[in-house]
Ligand binder design. Structure first.
Ligand code: KG4
Ligand code: ZN
Length: 365
């Protein structure tokens, strides 16, 4: 039986500086003792996206204090933690260096083991912390940098079934917002405008719908939005609302087709699971109500449970990094050497390469 464990987690892969302390008991039950996140949104919003150099500097300035705060809120000191887990990829290399070097320094100074965690693994395992989910399950990660459908077979056993061949879904929302003159980040702004819009006014493309492969593509949709907006310029507020609603509808229909196929494949590969199969969603786009209800309805129709962890654990945080470290430690996975290097690109499924044209921004996960 795995012992009682407590880990300090550090996350600095993009524009959130985060630290957390999480415990795991012998039965695998978790307790989040602290969860501190400092968003750099204000520093980047003037630029309409994340500026890597600004992000790295902001991590340097904030991280030490944030770790202190996480320990204080957890009411523990460094001597009370069993290990350090730090994100070491994928993400912006400057930020990764800050977090991983800090993790290494603490590990070296205290003699505690270090786990260099893949940020995507953090997202992938969160539903086990929040919902005690058993393997295997399907995970849809939809954030500013990734759109991936991943089969989670076990700790360290991931199969990427689908990924975007161009823009990530959050990126498509952000770019659409930008060209419509809406603020950054674009997702919430587009969703809000869409509420007052006519979703049937524009018939935007639904990329890859009907294809057997489970990949995604969003750049054609963005181009179609640009063309439509150019044709009807200058845009009234109602025009913007209609474009947003039609864009969101195209996305929902696309997701329904792509994920629907994923659920079918899962049922074929795992016909005899003891429990109802599950689809887990993670990433900032998981906040979108229309996408959520599309996925919920799809799961209901296909006999799946739809699991959406609380939003603060869907978006970037250090709890998931601590938890991924705990899962590995409890499984008996050896910690990393202190010469481990950060990796800006680090696919969860090592057998899958980069899909042509994907990850142009490649910064956010
Ligand atoms: O996971 P996240 O907080 O950060 C990283 O990408 O690492 O995701 C941010 C992304 C942004 O692209 C943002 O526009 C999108 O999630 N997003 C949304 C919504 N809220 C955030 N997209 C659609 N609808 C939303 N309500
Ligand atoms: Zn992420």
């Amino acid at each position: 039986m795995a012992p009682f464990l407590r880990i300090l987690g550090i996350e600095t892969s993009c524009d959130e500086t985060a630290a957390a302390v999480v415990e795991r008991d012998a039965e695998g039950r978790s307790k989040v003792l602290s969860d501190v996140v400092l968003s750099q949104l204000d520093e980047h919003s003037a630029y309409g996206g994340v500026v890597p150099e600004i992000a790295a500097r902001a991590h340097v300035e904030a991280l030490d204090e944030l770790i202190d705060e996480a320990l204080k809120r957890a009411n523990v000191s460094l001597s009370d933690v069993d290990a350090i887990a730090a994100t070491s990829g994928p993400g912006l290399i400057g930020g990764l260096l800050v977090g991983l070097m800090t993790g290494k320094a603490i590990a070296k100074a205290t003699g505690k083991p270090l786990y260099a965690v893949n940020h995507l693994e953090g997202h992938a395992l969160t539903a086990r912390l929040t919902d005690g989910l058993c393997f295997p399950y399907l995970m849809l990660l939809v954030s500013g940098g990734h759109t991936q459908l991943i089969l989670v077979r076990g700790i360290g056993e991931y199969e990427r079934w689908g990924t975007t061949i161009d823009d990530a879904l959050g990126e498509a929302f952000d770019k659409t917002a930008k060209l419509l003159g809406l603020p950054y980040p674009g997702g919430p702004a587009v969703e809000q405008m869409a509420q007052g819009g006519n979703a049937d006014r524009f018939n935007f493309p639904r990329p890859l719908v009907g294809e057997a492969r489970l990949d995604f593509s969003f750049s054609g949709l963005k181009t179609a939005v640009r063309q439509a907006a150019t044709e009807i310029a200058p845009l009234t507020d109602q025009d913007v609302a209609d474009v947003c609603a039609s864009f969101q509808k195209a996305i929902s229909r696309t997701m329904k087709d792509r994920i629907g196929r994923g659920l079918q494949r899962f049922k074929v590969e795992f016909p005899d699971l003891p429990e109802k199969p599950a689809l887990v969603v993670a990433g900032g786009v998981a906040a979108n109500q229309e996408i959520r209800s599309t996925l919920q309805a799809l799961c209901d129709k296909n006999g799946f449970r739809f699991i959406a962890p609380p939003l603060h654990l869907c978006t970037d945080n250090a709890v998931m990094i601590a938890w991924a470290g705990l899962e590995r430690m409890a499984k008996g996975v050896a910690p990393d050497d202190l010469d481990v290097q950060p990796r800006s690109r680090w696919p969860l499924d090592s057998r899958t390469g980069t899909v042509l044209g994907s990850g142009k921004r490649g910064a956010k996960a």
